[in-house]
Design a protein around this ligand. Structure first.
Ligand SMILES: Cc1ncc(COP(=O)(O)O)c(C=O)c1O
Ligand SMILES: N[C@@H](CCCC[NH3+])C(=O)O
Length: 421
């Protein structure tokens, strides 16, 4: 039985591609993240095919999952990168993504990061404010460099997603209000060390319908036409990321073909190079967080499945009330019971789901939390002095550890006790 393109049950055991997750858990203690290389590759190629009629660069949003193995896999396929820090630029370069395919987003680019990006000759800065523009101009002039820029416009569009991941409303910190952006382009064109080349927009993440994109892109199209009539040489439109995935079995977010067709319909006539910055829709459904049930605890009102993964490993449910499918790794029981699935962290919010019907489960059983490839391991912390879950990548019939579990010494020795104590 298939549960996701590269995840299925064979002999009642969950397999990722052809590898039994139980077999992995015999050698890697839980909790661990497990990713399918083929799932990532297929999602990237779906984008590539969807945009094959348009001059497009797919810049994977590194923040979604920045493991070097995933970046290298995407680099080998020709992907560029959307980055938001010097650290992510370093990761992308080290994985083999060339600088001329790197776009730098983010509201708080610091001087040192701008210097680093300019010295590495990245493709484009996505500028989010006037002070940032001034600073980039000053630094570029000093370094005798020219910074190619797009300005991220904020179209004030409702993305119909969770408030904490909505970025294109006027109350959000991102971008420059589209109504004010014309003046800012004029200012940008007057600055030394700046080459105005494009327009950028990103309205939020986990969008499950195309209508907000349509609204935003319509505004961007109209604005780009205006900029061109003002004499700006606009050759790039960066449409950001945000395409959602199916966390729930019943969800059917738009596919990449429909999304690409919309981009073409709204922006194709402008004859610009299109940059897309997908994160979640490339890696999200490739990953499972595998965990062991430590105890089954019967409370007065609830029954708790206490597992060895916590909110420090996967914060999405406690941070955004996010839904993730939870499945037994060994499906041996057709009877179901209702459980709250909780982790070991000393917070009531360390809850993955409440009152969910799951196959009857016992201590020692393995469970898989699905769709954890994006914004899972990258958002992990060592809260409660817990060791970061290792990461494993599967391809066909083999797997490799792509990030090992640190040791307690690794994390405890990061602290130093001042000698005066
Ligand atoms: C500027 C920018 N680009 C791309 C992304 C990637 O978004 P997603 O993972 O939803 O595709 C984000 C995250 O929301 C972002 O802030
Ligand atoms: N961290 C968010 C997505 C944020 C996207 C970054 N701008 C999530 O897990 O859904």
């Amino acid at each position: 039985m298939k549960i996701q393109p590269h995840i299925s049950y064979k002999d009642n055991t969950m397999h990722m591609e052809q590898v039994s997750i139980t077999a992995i858990a015999k050698v890697i203690p839980t909790p661990f993240y497990c990713y399918s290389a083929s799932a990532i590759k297929d999602c990237y190629l779906d984008y590539k095919n969807a945009f094959s009629q348009q001059d497009t660069l797919i810049c994977y949003a590194v923040k979604a999952n920045s493991n070097q193995a995933i970046l290298a896999l995407l680099a080998n396929l020709g992907a560029g990168a959307d980055v938001v820090s010097e650290g992510e630029i370093r990761r992308a370069l080290k994985a083999g993504i060339s600088a001329d395919k790197i776009v730098f987003s983010g509201v708080a680019k610091k001087e040192s990061e701008i210097i680093f990006a300019l010295n590495n000759n990245i493709l484009q800065f996505n500028v989010e404010s006037e002070p940032e523009l001034t600073l980039i101009s000053e630094i570029a002039s000093k370094l005798n460099k020219v910074a190619a820029i797009s300005i991220r416009v904020n179209p004030n569009v409702c993305a119909n997603t969770h408030a904490k991941i909505t970025t294109g409303k006027s109350e959000n910190k991102f971008g420059i209000p589209i109504a004010k952006a014309r003046e800012v382009y004029k200012y940008a064109a007057s600055l030394s060390g700046i080459k105005v080349q494009g327009v950028d927009v990103h309205i939020g993440s986990q969008l499950t319908d195309l209508q907000p994109f349509e609204q935003a892109f319509a505004k961007v199209a109209e604005f780009t036409t205006l900029l061109k009539s003002d004499g700006h040489d606009i050759s790039v439109i960066d449409v950001g990321g945000g395409l959602g995935i199916d966390y729930d079995e019943n969800e059917t977010p738009p596919n990449k073909d429909a999304y690409a067709a919309l981009v073409n319909k709204q922006l194709g006539h402008l004859n610009c190079k299109i940059i897309v910055e997908p994160g979640r829709s490339i890696v999200g459904n490739s990953g499972v967080l595998v965990s062991t049930v430590v105890y089954v605890k019967k409370g007065e009102e609830r029954q708790f499945l206490i597992i060895d993964a916590g909110m420090n490993d996967l914060i999405r449910p406690s941070m955004y009330d996010a839904y993730h499918q939870i499945k037994p790794i060994n499906h041996t029981n057709d009877k179901t019971e209702c459980y709250d699935v909780v982790g070991p962290v000393c917070e009531t919010g360390d809850t993955f789901t409440k009152n969910r019907a799951l196959p009857t489960t016992q201590a020692g059983d393995l469970v898989g939390i699905l769709s954890c490839g994006a914004y899972g391991s990258v958002m992990a912390s060592s809260y409660n002095t817990r060791l970061a879950a290792p990461e494993v990548m599967v391809q066909d019939d083999h797997f490799s550890v792509i990030r090992a579990r640190p040791t307690y010494d690794d994390i405890i020795n990061q602290d130093t006790i001042p000698e005066w104590l």
